[in-house]
Design a protein around this ligand. Structure first.
Ligand code: PLP
Length: 388
């Protein structure tokens, strides 16, 4: 992370490494408008910045959000199913620590998965490498390995991102239901990280749904909607769990911040959230995904490279099976040529054995201005020609 921040400060560096959401002008206008409303309405301003919220997060926001989600998803939530945290990263820390009490582990059922899950001591995590499925000439995806089922002793919870950061793949509805059922049979919770997914920011390209289950914990965030600076995470789960987490929230931070919830309440109430999701964010990302695929097909035409199928999010995951150097050497070579990516081996929380495949993978972020993304991909292509 520090290495990447230093690279970002280097003039001329093509930054395809970060996880920041794209700055979309029409979305920024909507956010400014929502913030203005919070500032101009004196009572709302007082509630938002002059008072502590409830330890589970602003009550009015949780009610508004519960109604919104019930209507969108057909769920039956009340505010007591919802907890607000200071960003979803802090929610993961709280959840992982809670579920690893009593020497239990968090299992990541489908590696590669999000770098930020690697926050526990090694012995408290277990990551199961996915099984590669090669598709056509230049695609692939990972499937959950049968080894998952025999690795569920002494486990506290399962956790997976959907869409996945880094691969952009999504568990199908059937895979999700199977995973929820497997977890239920073993008395486990499934933490589903929807930072890029449903119901918001809904950077999801195909048809997927999100069924309710009593053992599911859905983690959402306002960050990839375009508001990482307000640090707002949302945990949705059964009321017993949410009550316990609210106590932990109180101990850790008294109460979460209220600015993100206040802005999100305004967006829900004036209908701007739906406009943002359906008319701005999703079309922007669909168009960007298509452009990036076109860049890759053009610049990588002469190379033996596979890309993970993209079901959502704003990353591309590249697998170059013929590279002769390590993932770190490749990363350094890219950097010397002024392009930054994230090396594949970083996305392996709880991995217990060497998985050489990850040395041949890396992640591109595609939210930067288009000319930067294209120049980055062209540079990557030139570097790859020198290492196969
Ligand atoms: N989950 C995933 C998959 C992410 O990529 C990120 C951030 O990049 C987070 C969670 C954390 O997001 P935040 O703490 O900003 O809500």
């Amino acid at each position: 992370m520090q290495d990447m921040s230093a690279a970002l400060r280097t003039p001329g560096m093509l930054m395809l490494g970060g996880g920041s959401p794209a700055i979309i002008d029409a979305a920024v206008d909507i956010f400014q408008h929502a913030l203005q409303k919070v500032v101009e309405d004196k009572q709302l301003f007082i509630n938002t910045v002059c008072q502590y919220s409830d330890s589970a997060g602003d009550v009015q926001f949780r009610e508004t959000l519960a109604d919104y989600l019930n209507q969108k998803q057909g769920w039956n939530l009340t505010r007591d199913n919802i907890l607000i945290t200071s960003g979803s990263q802090s929610a993961f820390k709280m959840l992982f620590e809670y579920f690893t009490k009593g020497r239990r582990k968090i299992v990541f059922p489908l590696l590669p998965d999000y770098i930020g899950y690697g926050i526990l001591p090694d012995e408290d995590m277990l990551g199961i490498p996915g099984e590669l499925e090669l598709i056509g000439q230049d695609s692939f995806r990972y499937n959950i390995s049968a080894r998952l089922e025999v690795n569920l002793d002494d486990v506290g919870a399962l956790c997976i991102s959907r869409p996945c950061n880094p691969t952009g793949g999504m568990l199908s509805d059937l895979e999700l239901i199977r995973l929820l059922e497997l977890a239920e049979q073993r008395g486990l919770n499934l933490i589903l990280d929807n930072a890029y997914g449903q119901p918001l920011p809904n950077i999801v390209f195909g048809k997927h749904s999100l069924p309710w289950a009593d053992n599911a914990i859905y983690c959402l965030s306002l960050s990839k909607l375009g508001l990482p600076g307000v640090r707002t995470g949302i945990v949705i789960g059964n009321t017993r769990l949410i009550t316990t987490l609210a106590e932990l929230n109180a101990r850790q931070a008294l109460a979460p911040g209220s600015l993100g919830p206040a802005m999100a309440s305004v967006l829900i109430q004036n209908g701007d959230l739906d406009k943002l999701l359906d008319e701005i964010i999703k079309p922007w990302h669909i168009s960007r995904k298509d452009q990036v695929i076109e860049f890759m097909q053009r610049h990588f035409a002469e190379q033996t490279i596979r890309y993970h199928e993209v079901d959502g999010g704003f990353f591309n995951w590249i697998y170059c099976e013929n590279t002769k150097i390590s993932g770190h050497e490749l990363y350094e070579k890219f950097k010397t040529n002024r392009v930054v990516v994230v090396p594949g081996y970083a996305f392996a929380p709880g991995l217990k054995h060497d998985w050489p495949h990850l040395q041949q993978c890396f992640r591109l972020s595609t939210g930067q201005p288009l000319d930067i993304v294209e120049r980055g991909i062209a540079t990557i292509s030139r570097v790859l020609q020198t290492v196969v």
